[in-house]
Design a protein around this ligand. Structure first.
Ligand code: AMP
Length: 181
């Protein structure tokens, strides 16, 4: 099963992605992690992505779409954490998978209130987690990423989970919905 994990910055995607991918033996692909690693190593990708990330903006679609095509595993099911983040990314992903006879089977949306997202991100203290960029990332999420919920809903693939609870409770809700499938 190929899964997309949706949710605002601070929703707990990374934490839950690790748990689900371990549970279902999926390749966990975090585009945020790949980009942070590229920035640290100052690769061509890292140099291009850094200024967008520092400002709390999304890295442009053309860069992200070619990146995802490179990192998708050929012979293993996967869980995407942080991709897609725009409609164009979602459409490109579907087209690329379709060419190979593959598909996304499930989109899990971690639903978390804005207040809690702010609290969580301020505690996390990553270099792009200062108040100004946090606000910007949340605004960008509302504008660019939120439409994906409708996109996957219209494909009959969306399941939402209450992400306002503690890690273990959220994990159990996800496992329950996976078992119910
Ligand atoms: P994350 O760890 O998923 O919150 O990602 C950290 C940052 O990397 C984001 O704020 C974006 O600047 C960038 N990024 C990660 N994934 C994507 C994506 N799919 N599209 C555009 N930018 C991304």
């Amino acid at each position: 099963m190929n899964i997309v994990l949706l949710g605002a910055p601070g929703a707990g995607k990374g934490t839950q992605a690790e748990k689900i991918s371990m549970h279902l033996q999926l390749s966990h692909i975090s585009t945020g992690e790949i980009l942070r690693d590229a920035v640290e190593k100052k690769t061509t990708l890292g140099v291009k992505a850094k200024s967008y990330m520092d400002q709390g903006d999304l890295v442009p679609d053309d860069i992200m779409i070619s990146l995802i095509k490179e990192v998708l595993p050929e012979n293993k099911d996967f869980l995407l954490d942080g991709f897609p983040r725009t409609l164009d990314q979602a459409i490109a992903l579907d087209q690329s998978l379709d060419k190979e006879g593959k598909a996304i089977h499930l989109a899990i949306n971690l639903d978390v209130s804005r207040e809690l997202l702010m609290v969580r991100m301020e505690k996390r203290g990553r270099s792009d987690d200062n108040r100004q960029t946090i606000e910007r990332r949340l605004d960008n999420y509302d504008k660019q990423t939120l439409p994906l919920i409708e996109y996957y809903k219209s494909q009959g693939k969306l399941k939402s989970v209450d992400g306002n609870q503690i890690i273990g409770v959220v994990e159990n809700s996800i496992l329950e919905l996976l078992e119910a499938r």
